[in-house]
Design a protein around this ligand. Structure first.
Ligand SMILES: [Zn+2]
Ligand SMILES: [Zn+2]
Length: 295
């Protein structure tokens, strides 16, 4: 089996467009409201939408919710600029397959930052040959609304129109171009910083896996919890990624808020989601006195 990559020209065009648009921040008059809405949208679309709704909700089924809540979260996630539910699920499947198994040709995570960056979904499509069945993506594909969420340019147009009608060009520059540029760069850097022994710590070792991820607190903050990536490798279906007292996981806080409001239920606790091949480097993954350092 081998991993195959090809240039994703639509993504590359989007990446370039967003970066060029973001440079307009230096030319438009700064407005507090525009910066505020960009910040709010960063966490609402990237955190609540993509991390909670698409990643933890649709891909890992780590909680149950109403179908309309699923649709709303998926819409928010698609507006993050990180991909719709189906494409995100496909990318996730390929990566997870390569990292959970050994010996897949060309799947090794490169040690060089730029090689890693340029292999992110913002530049490349990736798939396995021979094709391997991906039941989650196939299930998501059956929903018309999710297929619609894969229309990147429509979503960008809707977002730009909305922001322009609220506050004019400054809101579009900050709330769309600058925000998506930051999101894209954070996630393009993710693979390197969350898999490199230089930049993170481990709570678990994954027996038989080609990669077991690293926990990085800064990435954890910027991605609403996704940076606790070694925890996620070990407990992929857990709705909670930061499991220690100091492992800030905004996505988990959002899920708790939704649970309090009665919007989600049957949350998967970390200890029940632990994979059979995950060997804890500490005994209790929820032990708040643990500092997450390998010993
Ligand atoms: Zn990983
Ligand atoms: Zn995952």
């Amino acid at each position: 089996m081998k991993l195959v990559r090809s240039a994703n020209y639509s993504s590359i065009l989007n990446y370039v467009l967003m970066h060029v648009g973001a440079t307009l921040c230096f030319f438009v008059k700064p407005e507090l409201g525009a910066v505020g809405i960009a910040l709010a949208l960063y966490f609402i679309t990237g955190g609540l939408g993509w991390s909670v709704g698409i990643h933890r909700g649709l891909i890992h089924r780590s909680f149950k919710t109403y179908r309309w809540v699923e649709n709303c979260l998926a819409l928010l996630g698609a507006l993050s600029g990180l991909g719709g539910p189906i494409s995100s699920s496909r990318t996730h499947f390929v990566r997870d397959f390569c990292q959970s198994n050994q010996g897949i040709a060309d799947s090794e995570l490169p040690r060089k930052f730029w090689r890693n960056y340029l292999r992110s979904p913002f530049f490349c499509n990736s798939w396995l040959e021979p094709a391997t069945h991906d039941s989650i993506s196939e299930t998501l594909r059956q929903r018309t609304f999710f297929r619609w969420l894969e229309h990147r340019w429509v979503l960008i147009g809707v977002m730009a129109t909305l922001l322009y009608s609220i506050g004019g060009l400054t809101y579009v520059v900050w709330g769309l171009f600058a925000r998506v540029t930051v999101s894209a760069n954070v996630f393009a850097c993710f693979d390197y910083f969350c898999h490199s022994p230089k930049w993170g710590q481990q709570r678990f070792q994954l027996v038989g896996a080609s990669c077991d991820g690293r926990n990085n607190w800064l990435v954890g903050l910027l991605t609403c919890g996704e940076g606790w990536h070694n925890n996620h490798h070990a407990m992929p279906t857990s709705q909670r990624m930061g499991v220690g007292r100091f492992e800030v996981d905004l996505g988990y806080a959002m899920i708790c808020g939704m649970q309090w409001a009665g919007l989600v239920w049957d949350l998967m606790p970390p200890e029940c989601a632990l994979k059979s091949n995950a060997l804890p480097i500490v005994i209790n993954p929820t032990d708040s006195t643990n500092d997450g350092r390998a010993s």
